[in-house]
Design a protein around this ligand. Sequence first.
Ligand code: PEP
Ligand code: MN
Length: 358
Amino acid sequence: MHFEPLSSWLPAPSEPLIISGPCGAESYEQVMRTARGLKALNRVALFRAGVWKPRTRPNAFEGKGEEALKWLQDVKKEYGFKLTVEVANAHHAELAIKYGVDVLWIGARTTVNPFSVQEIAEVLKGVNVAVMVKNPIHADLQLWIGGIERIYNSGIRKIAAIHRGFYFYGKTKYRNKPLWQLPIELRTQFPDLPLICDPSHIGGTRELLLPIAQKALDLGMNGLMIESHCEPEKALSDAQQQVTPEQLGDLLSKLVLRKLNADNPNANTILGELRRIIDEVDDELLNVLKKRTQIIEEIGKYKKEHHIISFQLERWQEILRTRGQWADKLGLSRQHVEKICQLLHEESIRIQNGLMNE
Ligand code: PEP
Ligand code: MN
């Protein structure tokens, strides 16, 4: 697949490319006030607003539908913004095209469903429109690529991918875990596919927007989609993560734009991306180590309570043997893995003995 460069279909008034607007279009006044604030920043390339909102539970604000598309036409007329809205089925896509929406975006809950993406792709055949595909809710790169391919196969070449993080069951400071190695892998496979980060849905809170946005730029992403609202605290959806246009301006002024090393740009980019993957992998490795340590502490407490000795020769031999076999299976050096096991075991005994002598 080869894609049209972002600058040819979405010129940015300044770097980086910014997409902003409310999570949902709630009223005529709200979209117009938000758009007016954003216009004043002179930084926004594309005005976003959800007119059909996918909600976890019924009876939450589900968007104003076609009526809101009319308001967005006024945003375009009054402030000259290009528009983007989320489409989740063929009907949405038809209406969005009818109302002159410039860029359609496919939400995370839609990308997971190939039937829905295909249904939208059918509507797009022969239509001159751009499409942004958000990553699916769960961390499945193939499904993300599959969604992009379906749109591509309908003839669309103005495509961008949006990284909005991934659902994670467990404790995390993020609303959706970034798992940066996934967009990096997508970039590695499709170097000319424009990649936009959505810090709002990754972070879920205003405080996390800046660090996430900065990280995305440092990773070489091509733009940011950040939700804004004239009165964020009164928003009918995603109130905790939306910012006022002024706050957005403040955030943008704090971003540091880093350049690639100029000597040999290609080599540096690839090396840089590979190192970032290593950073992510090591981060994961340490998280796994943390989990292992917690379990060891539990075992230690249990052993203490039941007067069981900490060092168990048979268990240790079993660990060495099985991990050696697993290493063989994975094509890893057995010696290397045994050394790591030795270190882990030493630490585990140290922790357990510490607990027993408390
Ligand atoms: C949104 O952008 O408001 C939205 C619903 O996003 P996502 O599909 O990433 O959850
Ligand atoms: Mn939202």
